[in-house]
Design a protein around this ligand. Structure first.
Ligand SMILES: [Fe+2]
Ligand SMILES: [Fe+2]
Length: 181
C-alpha cells in the first residue's frame, strides 16, 4: 500500500470515530451516564491514533517530502494542514481539561467538552476532505517511486517506535466500538 493509501485508510478509521464522537457529544450527559470513561476514551484515541500516529506520519514525513517536491509549505496547503492540526490539538486540550468535572456531573464542564468535541468533528471532517481531495492528489502526482518506498518505511517506523506492537490494531478495534455504538 502506498503512503497516501495508508493515510487515506487511517482517515476512514478517524471518520468512523468522528461519527461516534458527534453522537456521544450531542447528548453528553446521557453518554456519560452510560459510560463514565467515554471522554477519556475519546481523548486517548484522538491523542494517540489521530494525532501521534496519523498526524505524526504527515507532519514528520509526508509534508517535508512534499515540500522537497515543490508543494508550498508556510502560506500554502501544507501550512493550512499544520494549522488545522494545531487547532484540533487545542480543542482536545479543552476536552481533556473539562473531562474530570464533566464526569462528576458539572453541567458547565459538559457544555465545554461537548462544544469542543463538536468543533473538533467539523474541523477534522473538512481537514480530511481537503487532504483526500486536494493535497494527496498533488502528492500522488509529485512523489517518485523512491519517495513512496521511503515514506512507507518511515511510516512503519512510526508504528514501531511510537505506537508499539499491536497498538494500531487495538485502536482499529476501539474505532469500530466507538463508531458503531
Ligand atoms: Fe492532517
Ligand atoms: Fe490526515
Amino acid at each position: 500500500m502506498g503512503p497516501t493509501s495508508t493515510l487515506r485508510h487511517e482517515h476512514e478509521i478517524i471518520l468512523l470515530v468522528l461519527n461516534g464522537i458527534e453522537r456521544g457529544a450531542g447528548s453528553l450527559r446521557a453518554t456519560l451516564l452510560d459510560d463514565p470513561d467515554w471522554l477519556d476514551t475519546i481523548v486517548d484515541f484522538v491523542r494517540n491514533f489521530a494525532d501521534r500516529c496519523h498526524h505524526g506520519k504527515e507532519e514528520r514525513h509526508l509534508f517535508p517530502r512534499l515540500e522537497e517536491r515543490g508543494i508550498p509549505g508556510a502560506g500554502g496547503p501544507i501550512g493550512v494542514m499544520l494549522q488545522e492540526h494545531e487547532q484540533g490539538r487545542a480543542f482536545i486540550r479543552s476536552v481533556a481539561g473539562a473531562a474530570p468535572e464533566a464526569r462528576a456531573g458539572d453541567t458547565e464542564a459538559m457544555d465545554i467538552a461537548s462544544e469542543a468535541l463538536l468543533a473538533y468533528v467539523s474541523l477534522l471532517r473538512s481537514h480530511i476532505a481537503k487532504e483526500n481531495d486536494v493535497l494527496f492528489m498533488m502528492a500522488e502526482r509529485v512523489l517518485t517511486p523512491e519517495d513512496q518506498t521511503e515514506l512507507g518505511a518511515a511510516f512503519d517506523r512510526v508504528e514501531a517506535d511510537e505506537m508499539g506492537e499491536g497498538t494500531h490494531e487495538r485502536y482499529h478495534e476501539l474505532a469500530h466500538q466507538l463508531g458503531e455504538h
